[in-house]
Ligand binder design. Structure first.
Ligand code: SF4
Length: 380
């Protein structure tokens, strides 16, 4: 049995950002206390409920949100104790917490370290004040820099920052200012996401009212390619469409999603993929907690992945990685010769240098990553 990843969804935020479409709600202390008990209980019941046997192996744990850093060290410790009590958590497991800069201080960060958290990922998004305000973020640039310094002081030696590009009114030069500022803080890992405006995002209305717009497509390509070039110059390597790391500091947990691994998601709205099945927990925190407390089922949308879905997903996630897909290993695992079946459709992308085949691996070039969705449609 290969080790699982454990994903723990923490659905609380101190304020709701203007663009956010995640499963989250405003912090409610009573509900948070109930949440911690319910999440520990869900973890304790997981091995037998999922038929995984006693103490199944786990080598990554990821607190995602929401804003997991709204939980204090004792709460994170109680949840990690439940993990260690029910799963065989590897001694060198990667244990990540997502944190917002305004929620942390050295004593709390030290408490996370004592509880066993060894990686921290800060949602910084921008190093420019007016961009943070437009997004509805409640930290400022100085707080973001201080949070990184505080994490270092608390002993975190594996630190990641999230940045967002293609923000309203953002120019290429302004975006690169944030990239340079992020590099200057000295993280081990960076995630660069493009702003996605979902249909009812409040930011859409604000953009319309204020007359803000996003940069044209050719500027987005330059934002992406210039940022990656700068990051490479600073010693990072790109390993996924949106992620760069110093050597050996890739997110081991997220690699499970992209390399066809298995993970158990706990908490409201969390997804799981185990033994060819996929399911999702009830999304509303109070409804999920009530079901866990009552010993009732809290999973929804459970289904067995079909063979077609399994190989399609392996292609979609594998092509997100710069290493791409090992064509022979893929054929052995899924019985599908990608070149024979899809070579004709891939030809225009191969000719344009957007898709490459070398040393038996199919992968996207950097420019190809900008049109990844078009390439992936070939397989769907
Ligand atoms: S902090 Fe993150 S999860 Fe919370 S509202 Fe903002 S973007 Fe959404």
């Amino acid at each position: 049995m290969l080790p699982f990843g454990l994903y723990i969804h923490v659905p609380f935020c101190a304020a709701i950002c203007h663009y956010c479409n995640f499963n989250r709600g405003l912090l409610d202390d009573g509900l948070k206390r109930r949440y911690v008990g319910a999440v520990a209980s869900e973890i304790r019941s997981a091995p037998s409920r999922l038929g995984l046997g006693a103490a199944p192996p786990v080598d990554t744990i990821f607190f995602g949100g929401g804003t997991p850093s709204l939980l204090d060290g004792a709460e994170i410790g109680a949840i990690l104790d439940a993990c260690r009590g029910s799963f065989a958590v590897a001694a060198d497991a990667e244990v990540t917490i997502e944190a917002n800069p305004e929620t942390v201080a050295v004593p709390g960060l030290q408490a996370y370290r004592r509880a066993g958290v060894n990686r921290i990922s800060f949602g910084v998004q921008s190093f420019r004040e007016e961009e943070l305000r437009r997004l509805g973020r409640i930290h400022d640039v100085a707080r973001a820099r201080l949070a990184v310094a505080e994490a270092r002081e608390a002993g975190f030696d594996n630190l990641s920052l999230d940045l967002m590009m293609w923000l309203p009114q953002q120019t290429v030069a302004e975006w690169l200012e944030s990239v340079d500022a992020a590099i200057a803080t000295g993280p081990e890992h960076l995630s660069l996401y493009m702003l996605e405006l979902y249909p009812n995002a409040p930011l859409r209305d604000e953009m319309a009212r204020a007359g803000w717009s996003q940069a044209p497509d050719e500027d987005v390509a330059e934002m992406y390619e210039s940022a990656m070039a700068r990051l490479e110059g600073a010693g990072f390597h790109q390993y996924e469409i949106s992620n760069v790391a110093r050597p050996g500091r890739e997110s081991r947990h997220n690699l499970k999603y992209w390399r066809d691994g298995e993970w158990v998601g706990v908490g409201p709205g969390a997804h799981s993929t185990v033994a060819g099945q996929r399911w999702k927990n009830v999304s509303a925190t109070d409804a999920w907690a009530a079901r866990v407390e009552a010993g009732a089922a809290f999973d929804v949308e459970r289904r067995v992945l079909t063979p077609d879905e399994r190989w399609q997903e392996a292609v979609i996630t594998g092509l997100r990685l710069t290493e791409g897909i090992d064509l022979r290993a893929f054929q052995e695992r899924y019985g599908l010769d990608i070149e024979a079946r899809y070579g004709h459709h891939l030809r225009p992308y191969l000719d344009a240098g957007l898709v490459l085949i070398d040393a038996g691996r199919l992968h996207l070039s950097r420019r190809g990553m900008l049109v990844a969705n078009d390439v992936l449609l070939i397989f769907l």
